[in-house]
Design a protein around this ligand. Structure first.
Ligand code: NAD
Length: 320
């Protein structure tokens, strides 16, 4: 397992939830970081507490725009391609943009990594497995995706991006890797983005009913953002091409998650069952043996610690 250190990183989507945590961690290690983001779903506010680092530079630009890439000066030794609307509410609102950033955006990012001789990591997703017929999902599983279903813009954008990475590596020898991230939660998620953790926390803090889809028995394996960042950076520092699954070990039913959040916030909110979205996967659980064996990675944050930190952040941002 090789370990490399990076001096100058480019993070596309760096003003988003996961991207801003990645920028923070890279800055902590002493790297200079350029964050390229069009703010479609991210926010400058996510970078406010990173402004104390001299090494941070924010560039508001679209990753699909070739001129934006040409205008980026200097050479990078790491390119993390995280730009993409990621929550269902966002990618359903921005379907063509989601497909474009997975295709054109990924191609520009790969071309830049190749030009600079940089290590490249694509943020792919557990959604490439679709509504999986295998549990838990290993990286060798091909997935069960409806190419014209409502979620397809996201799933297929990422599947195409994975194919691009693989082809770029094959044709040009680009030092490129794929990480398949499973549901991640933590501070800087947005309450309106439709994902379960921020939605439930906001509802609990507002004292309104927590809206659980279907009967709430559908499960997810949620990973705290610090652990996800550890996994992404361990892959970046390695020579592994991936794909590598990075995700939480503990599978939880959405109804149990809602109840835990009600308990932890001390809220008087009740649970209200609502219609389940079409193509919402019934189960999702990563097999993370590859990450453990090849990267020495495993999630470390307990459910209660991760949820408490997230609730604390939401409480403070509501008060601010
Ligand atoms: P997010 O919406 O908070 O962040 C995405 C960022 O990309 C935003 O800041 C947005 O403004 C930016 N962006 C979108 N399109 C762009 C474009 N064309 N050009 C430049 N910037 C653009 O989402 P997130 O949850 O932080 O997800 C980040 C990445 O991780 C995404 O690629 C997503 O697919 C992947 N991922 C996230 C999760 C998760 O649970 N959060 C799970 C699997 C994969």
């Amino acid at each position: 397992m090789s370990r490399r250190a990076f001096r100058r990183a480019l993070v596309t989507g760096g003003a988003g939830f996961v991207g801003s945590h990645l920028c923070g961690r890279l800055l902590e290690t002493g790297a200079d970081v350029v964050c390229l983001d069009n703010l479609a779903t991210g926010s400058r506010a996510n970078l406010v507490n990173l402004q104390r680092y001299d090494g941070l530079r924010f560039v508001q630009a679209d990753a699909t725009d070739p001129a934006a890439w040409r205008a980026l000066p200097g050479r990078f030794d790491l390119v993390l391609h995280f730009a993409c609307p990621a929550s269902p509410a966002d990618y359903l609102r921005l379907p063509l943009e989601t497909l474009a950033v997975g295709s054109d955006g990924t191609r520009h990012a790969l071309d830049r990594a190749r030009r600079d001789g940089a290590r490249f990591v694509l943020a792919s997703t557990s959604e490439v497995y679709g509504d999986p017929l295998e549990h838990p999902q290993t990286e060798t599983y091909w997935g069960n995706v409806n190419p014209i279903g409502p979620r397809s813009v996201y799933d297929e954008s990422k599947r195409f991006a994975e194919a691009l990475v693989t082809a770029h590596r094959g044709v040009h020898g680009t030092d490129a890797a794929i990480v398949r991230i499973f549901n991640t939660y933590g501070p800087r998620m947005r309450t309106g983005d439709g994902r379960a953790v921020p939605t439930f926390i906001a509802q609990a803090l507002d004292g309104v009913p927590l809206t659980v889809a279907g009967d709430g028995n559908q499960t997810r394996s949620l990973c705290y953002v610090d652990d996800t960042v550890d996994g992404v950076l361990a892959l970046a520092a390695s020579d592994e091409p991936g794909p590598v699954n990075i995700g939480g070990g503990e599978e939880i039913a959405m109804l149990d998650l809602a109840r835990r959040i009600v308990d932890l916030t001390g809220s008087a909110s009740r649970i209200r069952f609502v219609e389940r979205p079409v193509d919402d996967p019934a189960r999702r659980k990563p097999d993370t043996r590859l990450a453990r064996e090849r990267l020495g990675w495993q999630p470390r944050t307990s459910w209660s610690a991760g949820l408490e930190r997230t609730i604390d952040w939401f409480t403070r941002s509501v008060a601010a």
